[in-house]
Every structure is written in structure tokens, then in C-alpha cells.
Design a protein around this ligand. Structure first.
Ligand code: NAI
Ligand code: MG
Length: 364
């Protein structure tokens, strides 16, 4: 077996954290990683655009489609002013590869609460990534009382169904992976759960269709009904509960805009941006991507936290069928964080990107 991964570091600290993730993948022992790994270096990004006039070159897309089973993307520096001919390569990649869901885990080790009890946050937020208000159909009008603007929001059965399928199948997949951890070490609830986020009490047509469709995915599949619990949460109370008792959530599935807001908010629960991974997922391809940007303020200094990128690489493995390898990486990262000696400056430490990467590799 073999697994070919496209590497697209792009800009800024992307060029430091993507090589770190590669180093960790290469350190995986063969008992957890049965496939032979190979890597393809690919271009994209704003710096590439400045030199060549294109941010996502055709060769990169062709190599991803032709040669790769998945990819890792670093970060892009987006100009704050409009630049003619430039459009974000990661947005282009999502469209061209039909990566219709953005998947973001929010993980914390067992942090003690004020009352001293152990509480581990281990949520997976699945955001539908192709429609909702972000179809950008907005119009500005002039009325008798002045200007007003109207935006269209698209919710389809098709997009809601595949987001729902992804949520329930990932809940089961997470459960299978967790079964590999000794019962005494588990900090999560026994049974997987999917929380459907909506606001159908107000937006009964659009959010109503979303809710009905995702519910229908569950009702129509015996495996989901047997293995997963389902609950619903209005988006406003979702935010409230997420800050009060984040440990109560497992998989959360939301329409595009709610998902965008919830997932950034959730990242605040676990500290530095340098810890939070994500994956852009479609039916036949996955691109792991740290949530952070290109961080020009720290680029080139070997102090960027590589953990978000390393965890994104683990998500790629999980999605391509190598759950044991993914789990090995998650656990090695958790151990380095728990030990606390080797930390980059964003977590209050003095270690370098390379120190953290090597510490993770040693545990593999
Ligand atoms: P940013 O995420 O690059 O940085 C925000 C702050 O967090 C900075 O102080 C940075 O040093 C710190 N930080 C980020 N990642 C870190 C890591 N791995 N380790 C340690 N510290 C880390 O966001 P910012 O500064 O708003 O944007 C910088 C550039 O990145 C812009 O051009 C922006 O457009 C782009 N960007 C790209 C994203 C992407 O590629 N998906 C997402 C967000 C921003
Ligand atoms: Mg966002």
C-alpha cells in the first residue's frame, strides 16, 4: 500500500509548519502506519502569485488530482487591499476539488476546572462549506426611507444531506478510533453523539429544510441510529452551552455561517491558534490545513507552533483510512503538551518549532 501526500506550504510560517508535519509523518513507526508514504512538493500562495501572476497554478491542481491521495496546505498571506487577478488559492482549492465540508476538531487535554474536576474538550465541528449566506448574492437598493440591502441564503437538500452523512459517519469513525484507547485512559463519553445546529424556530424554511434533511439522514440509516445519538441545538444556545460545558459535545454539524462563527469561538476555548487544525473534506479528497494564517510577525524565526499543522496531518491520515497512525500522532502531541517543558512562545515557552517537532517524533 502507498499514500501520496501533496505538500503546499504557501506563505509565511506555512513554510515552517508544513515541513514539521512532514517530519512527523516520516517518523511514524511501521506498525501503526502500514502504507509507504511519499510526498509531492507543490506551489501556491501570494508570494507565488507575485512572481508568476497566478496563486493556484494548474500544475498544482493537476498533480493533486493525478498523483495525490490527499494534501496539506500551510497558510496564505492575503493582501488587505484588492489586487487585480488575485484570488485565494485555498478557496479555489475547495471549489476545484469539491471539498464541501470544513472539519475542525477542538481538543484540550484533561484541563482541571475551578471545581477541580477533570474536563476534556473533544469536539468535532463540521461546517457545510458551499452555500448558506456565503453564496454572496447581495443587493443594495434605494427605498423611500433610504438604502437597504438584501442577501439571499441558499440551503439545499443535496448539500445538507452530504454534510449530515459526513457528521454521522465521522461520529462512528471517531468512536472506532477511540476504542483503541484503554478504557481507563478515556476522558470522553461512551456513546458518540451528533448535535444539529440550526435556528428553525425563526428561519423555518431554510433552517427547517436543513434540520429535516440532516434528521432524515439519521432516520434513514440503521447503523447511525444504532451507533450514534442525535440532538438539536438552536445556534444561540449552542454558543452559550459551548462556553459553559464544552465537554458535553461530540460531533457538531452546522450550516456554513453558523459553523464559521462557532468554530472560531470554539478555538478560543483551547488557547493558541497554533494548536487548532482543520480539514477540508470531500468524498474523494482531503486537504489538512492549520486554522492559523501565515503569521508574518513570527515568520522565518523557527518559533511558530507546529502543532496545528501536525494535527492537520493526523486528520488527513484519519480520513484516508489510517486511524491508528492518526491516533499515535494525536497522543504524542497530547503528551508533549501535558509534559509542558517543550513549548513554543505562543504557549509561554522558549522552545523552537524544531524542538517541538522533534519531541513529537521521539514519542512515535
Ligand atoms: P495569523 O493567524 O497569521 O496570526 C495571528 C496571530 O497569531 C499572530 O500574532 C501570529 O503570530 C499568531 N500565530 C498564528 N499562528 C501561529 C503559530 N502556528 N504559532 C505561533 N503563533 C501563531 O492571522 P493574521 O495575523 O490576522 O493574518 C496574517 C496573514 O495570514 C494575513 O495575510 C491573512 O490574510 C492570512 N490568513 C490566512 C489564513 C489561511 O491561510 N487560512 C487564515 C487567517 C489569516
Ligand atoms: Mg472563520
Amino acid at each position: 500500500k502507498s499514500l501520496t501526500i501533496g505538500l503546499i506550504p504557501a506563505d509565511g510560517i506555512g513554510r515552517e509548519v508544513i515541513p514539521a508535519a512532514r517530519q512527523v509523518l516520516e517518523a511514524l513507526a511501521s506498525d501503526v502506519m502500514p502504507a509507504r508514504l511519499s510526498f509531492v512538493d507543490l506551489d501556491a500562495g501570494f508570494e507565488y502569485f507575485q512572481k508568476h501572476g497566478v496563486a493556484l497554478p494548474e500544475q498544482t491542481l493537476a498533480a493533486l488530482k493525478g498523483d495525490c491521495d490527499g494534501a496539506l496546505f500551510g497558510a496564505v498571506s492575503s493582501p488587505s487591499h484588492k489586487v487585480a487577478g488575485y484570488s485565494s488559492p485555498i478557496v479555489g482549492l475547495r471549489k476545484k476539488m469539491d471539498l464541501y465540508a470544513n472539519v475542525r476538531p477542538v481538543i484540550s487535554g484533561a484541563a482541571a476546572t475551578a471545581s477541580g474536576e477533570k474536563r476534556a474538550i473533544d469536539m468535532l465541528i463540521i461546517r457545510e462549506n458551499t452555500e448558506c449566506l456565503y453564496i454572496k448574492e447581495e443587493e443594495l437598493h434605494e427605498g423611500p426611507d433610504g438604502k437597504y440591502a438584501v442577501a439571499k441564503r441558499r440551503i439545499s437538500e443535496f448539500a445538507s444531506r452530504r454534510a449530515g452523512e459526513m457528521a454521522f459517519s465521522m461520529a462512528l469513525q471517531r468512536d472506532r478510533m477511540r476504542q483503541q484507547v484503554a478504557a481507563s485512559e478515556r476522558t470522553w463519553k461512551a456513546r458518540p453523539k451528533v448535535t444539529i445546529v440550526h435556528k428553525s424556530n425563526v428561519l423555518s424554511v431554510t433552517d427547517g429544510l436543513w434540520r429535516e434533511t440532516v434528521r432524515g439522514v439519521y432516520a434513514g440509516n440503521a447503523e447511525y441510529r444504532e451507533g450514534v445519538d442525535v440532538e438539536e441545538q438552536l445556534v444561540d444556545s449552542m454558543v452559550y452551552r459551548m462556553f459553559r460545558e464544552p465537554e458535553a459535545f461530540d460531533v457538531v454539524v452546522a450550516p456554513n455561517m453558523y459553523g464559521d462563527i462557532i468554530s472560531d469561538g470554539a478555538a478560543a476555548l483551547v488557547g493558541s491558534l497554533g494548536l487548532v487544525p482543520s480539514a477540508n473534506v470531500g468524498d474523494s479528497f482531503v486537504v489538512g490545513e492549520p486554522v492559523h494564517g501565515s503569521a508574518p510577525d513570527i515568520a522565518g524565526k523557527n518559533i511558530a507552533n507546529p502543532i496545528a499543522a501536525i494535527r492537520s496531518a493526523a486528520m488527513l491520515l484519519e480520513r484516508t483510512g489510517y486511524a491508528s497512525a492518526a491516533l499515535a500522532i494525536y497522543r504524542a502531541v497530547d503528551k508533549v503538551l501535558e509534559a509542558g517543558q517543550i513549548r513554543t512562545p505562543d504557549l509561554g515557552g522558549k522552545s523552537t518549532t524544531s524542538d517541538v517537532t522533534e519531541a513529537v517524533c521521539r514519542l512515535l
